[in-house]
Design a protein around this ligand. Structure first.
Ligand SMILES: Cc1cc2nc3c(=O)[nH]c(=O)nc-3n(C[C@H](O)[C@H](O)[C@H](O)COP(=O)(O)OP(=O)(O)OC[C@H]3O[C@@H](n4cnc5c(N)ncnc54)[C@H](O)[C@@H]3O)c2cc1C
Ligand code: FES
Length: 367
């Protein structure tokens, strides 16, 4: 009996040891050896060491796939078509994929590992995404929760982007963050000054990137980012424009307002900027200046919980309360929304009920 127990224990121990060795081999020794990745039927051919996620393998080779959550499987942005070598669909991928996408071999590239030769397909414009080195030119408080971060480019020394797009900021290792991570931040500045970009960053308690930006980063430091990404940009049409922002969601909207002022776009436009209290509003002088430069622009500031001392004369309520009041119907309108997911979801629901087709409502959710 004792012999049987001992044998079972020895076998389990051996199994555990083998699993451990496999894990070590997988992580450190490039266990899958040399793998070939064919991108877009020969447009690029990569020879890489297997074992890492497809997303980070591509990134190491200078091919940047949108990945707003930095590879944690919580944004669903890092879609890539994997026609061969992707292995079976994983449970961590299915929440992000429609049945049609599964049929088209779309995969969540941060979740699948490179384990052998692969044939993948990516939009060719992703080859244009670059990695930038930059220096912190200015970093200061816009409110007690939001900082403005101005980056001057070092290499490459200019960036081309569409107003409304975002970059992925690289957070280096620091005390709270044992390995480097990436997070998405929208560009707030004009595309006409391509030697730098401005970001607006809201502090998230315990957040890796925002703690770094709010508490560790200093003027003069060097930081890296890649981009630009995203399809949140002003469509060329004659429709009336609804711009809706809360908090640092104002960032891409500011970039779009710069574009409208610079290109003389005079379409009827309403900006609704919402916050809880007056102390949470910012950039009011810049917004006022845009009213003079953009003939069709009307601005509505709304506070959801103004304090007594705010002596608030403007709109009260959430941005959805304002929209409920001012949008009579959705005819000939398009909307651009940016801010926290709850605001974006509630606003999409309201505007579609008012008759703005879903395909004319563009948004970035700050997940
Ligand atoms: C396309 C896009 C553009 C974005 N642009 C901006 C921008 O211009 N400015 C900006 O400030 N942010 C922006 N974000 C959000 C940003 O990418 C990060 O998710 C955010 O800054 C939190 O990162 P973190 O590393 O500090 O927190 P994490 O370490 O990722 O998260 C820490 C914890 O906080 C939770 N959490 C994460 N975000 C929030 C939140 N907003 N509120 C409450 N809890 C949260 C997480 O679930 C986690 O439990 C954007 C996101 C996307 C997808
Ligand atoms: S990077 Fe966010 S799900 Fe893959």
């Amino acid at each position: 009996m004792n012999l049987l127990v001992l044998s079972i224990a020895a076998l389990s121990g051996l199994g555990a040891l083998l699993a451990f060795l496999l894990e070590v081999a997988d992580s450190y020794l490039g266990f899958y050896g040399e793998c070939h990745i064919d991108i877009n039927e020969g447009e690029r051919e990569l020879v890489v060491h297997g074992g890492e996620s497809l997303l980070s393998t591509l990134m190491e080779q200078g091919i940047f796939i949108p990945s707003a959550c930095g590879g944690r499987g919580s944004c669903g942005y890092c879609r890539v078509k994997v026609h061969e070598g992707g292995g079976p669909l994983l449970p961590t991928e299915t929440p992000w994929l429609e049945p049609e996408e599964v049929k088209d071999n779309v995969r969540i590239s941060c979740q699948i590992k490179v384990r052998g030769n692969m044939y993948i397909e990516i939009p060719p414009e992703l080859f244009l995404i670059k990695e930038f080195r930059s220096r912190v030119e200015a970093l200061y408080d816009l409110t007690d929760q939001i900082k403005e971060l101005r980056l001057r480019l070092i290499e490459p020394d200019t960036i081309t982007f569409k107003p409304g797009q975002y970059i992925q900021f690289q957070v280096p290792e620091y005390k709270e963050c044992p390995e480097s991570v990436y997070r998405a931040y929208s560009i707030a500045s004009t595309a006409n000054e391509p030697d730098g970009i401005t970001l607006m960053v809201t502090k998230v308690p315990g957040g890796l990137a925002t703690t770094y930006i709010h508490e560790v980063l200093k003027e003069g430091d060097e930081v890296a980012f890649n981009g630009p990404y995203g399809d949140f940009y002003l469509r060329d049409s004659d429709r009336e424009i609804m711009l809706v922002a809360t908090g640092s969601g104002l960032a891409p909207i500011m970039s779009i307002l710069h574009q409208m002022a610079e290109e003389g776009i005079s379409r009827k436009t309403t900006l609704i900027f919402g916050a809880r209290q007056k102390k949470n509003l910012f950039y009011l002088e810049e917004i006022e200046a845009f009213k003079k430069r953009i003939p069709g622009l009307e601005v509505i500031l709304a506070l959801s919980s103004p304090e007594e001392e705010d002596r608030w004369q403007g709109e009260r309520g959430r941005v959805t309360d304002v929209l409920e009041k001012i949008v009579k119907n959705g005819a000939n309108k398009e909307a651009y929304l940016c801010g926290n997911p709850a605001m974006v979801e509630a606003t999409v629901e309201l505007l579609t009920k008012k008759g703005i087709p879903e395909e004319l409502i563009f948004y970035d959710k700050f997940t």
